[in-house]
Design a protein around this ligand. Structure first.
Ligand SMILES: Cc1cc2nc3c(=O)[nH]c(=O)nc-3n(C[C@H](O)[C@H](O)[C@H](O)COP(=O)(O)O)c2cc1C
Length: 337
């Protein structure tokens, strides 16, 4: 189990895995943690109303091995966010993050996510309330702007307002969100990326810890952007779809430590006790293996690995033996090559 020095989160935040709804659940994060001991992991967004009004505290469940792990909250009511942040702290999260980047309709109707880029004063108020309510770092994940906003103008204003409220660490998804006319998925691809604009923010706010997010898929790119001046980089889809390729060497390249596993096969074996525990508690195999499908991406046998798991993991009684059967597809192919 990792022990967490909360003051060291700025180091962990040199490399993080993005919050992704339906994807970065606790099983996914456990897998990522096996691959990198050091990267900062984010939960899916949990809305403050769900925690505070809905009492859905099970949304805060996680495995102790996941540390360092940040809770991402969605909301726009300072008092409610403060209560939710407190609940996150009490649950043991290492950081509380506010979502100012998610463009989905549901999120807009609740006045949170990317629409908050239009109201930096309210975001500052929310952050101040969250900081006041509990001792962990409060961070923000934002876009460079929304709709017809001019990012060169609004982003510095946004950053300076939240910095004044006490936020020291921010992740910038370096594209706008269009609040009308694009699906959430299109909003992650269509608005153009502007990494250089995000980097200029580091020049304007040298004291802020700024992480770059959007379109990054290799550790080489991550290292280049860190060298260019960012304090951190955040991987989203690439870490999910190719967890081994993207994170397998992260501890060595980014944190100067030896990686915990030398192959994706070794990661699979390390997942087995976790899988057994989950099944023993009444869980289903596919709830975990769906996050493991990309472990062998681009390698011989990857297709067989995915096929065996996709076809078999939802069947009643499916267990670790199916995972070993899927793994045999990979080893057979390796022998043939
Ligand atoms: C399936 C999915 C769900 C996402 N859910 C969230 C979320 O809950 N909160 C958030 O801030 N961003 C969310 N995002 C956006 C990612 O955190 C990230 O900003 C985006 O994918 C761009 O990074 P990438 O190009 O490395 O994937 C989501 C992205 C995906 C693909």
């Amino acid at each position: 189990m990792n022990t967490v020095n909360h003051a060291n989160l700025t180091t962990a935040a040199r490399l993080s895995v993005a919050p992704m709804m339906d994807w970065t659940d606790r099983h996914c994060r456990y897998l990522h943690r096996l691959i990198s001991r050091h990267a900062l992991l984010y939960t899916e967004m949990v809305t403050a109303p769900a925690l505070v009004r809905g009492g859905a505290l099970h949304l805060l469940d996680y495995h102790p091995a996941e540390h360092p792990v940040a809770l991402q909250l969605g909301g726009s009511d300072p008092a409610e966010l403060a209560q939710a942040a407190r609940l996150g702290f009490e649950a043991g999260y290492d950081e509380i993050n506010l979502n100012c980047g998610c463009p989905s309709d549901r999120v807009q109707s609740g006045t949170f996510g990317a629409v908050l880029m239009k109201d930096p004063g309210l975001v500052a108020e929310c952050c101040a309330a969250m900081i006041e309510a509990q001792p962990r770092d409060v961070t923000v994940k934002c876009r460079i702007g929304v709709d017809d906003q001019d990012p060169e103008e609004v982003l510095p204003e946004f950053l300076s307002r939240i910095a004044a409220a006490g936020v020291g660490r921010i992740t910038i998804h370096a594209r706008k969100a269009w609040l009308q006319g694009l699906s959430p998925k299109e909003n992650r691809d269509v608005p153009p990326l502007d990494h250089d604009l995000a980097l200029r923010m580091k020049g304007l706010f040298p004291a802020l810890h700024l992480s770059l997010n959007g379109g990054l898929s290799t550790l080489d790119q991550a290292s280049d952007w860190l060298e260019a001046g960012f304090d951190g980089v955040m991987f989203g889809r690439a870490a999910y779809h190719q967890p081994w390729d993207v994170l397998g060497q992260a501890d060595r390249v980014i944190f100067g430590d030896s990686p915990p596993h030398d192959s994706p096969e070794s990661v699979v074996h390390a997942m087995l006790p976790y899988i057994e525990d989950h099944l023993a508690q009444g869980g289903k195999l596919h709830q975990i293996t769906r996050h493991m499908l990309g472990l062998f991406a681009g390698r011989p046998g990857a297709r067989g690995w995915r096929r065996v798991l996709s076809e078999g993991a939802t069947r009643d009684g499916a267990g670790p033996e199916l995972v070993l059967q899927a793994l045999a597809q990979v080893s057979q192919q390796s022998v043939q090559v």
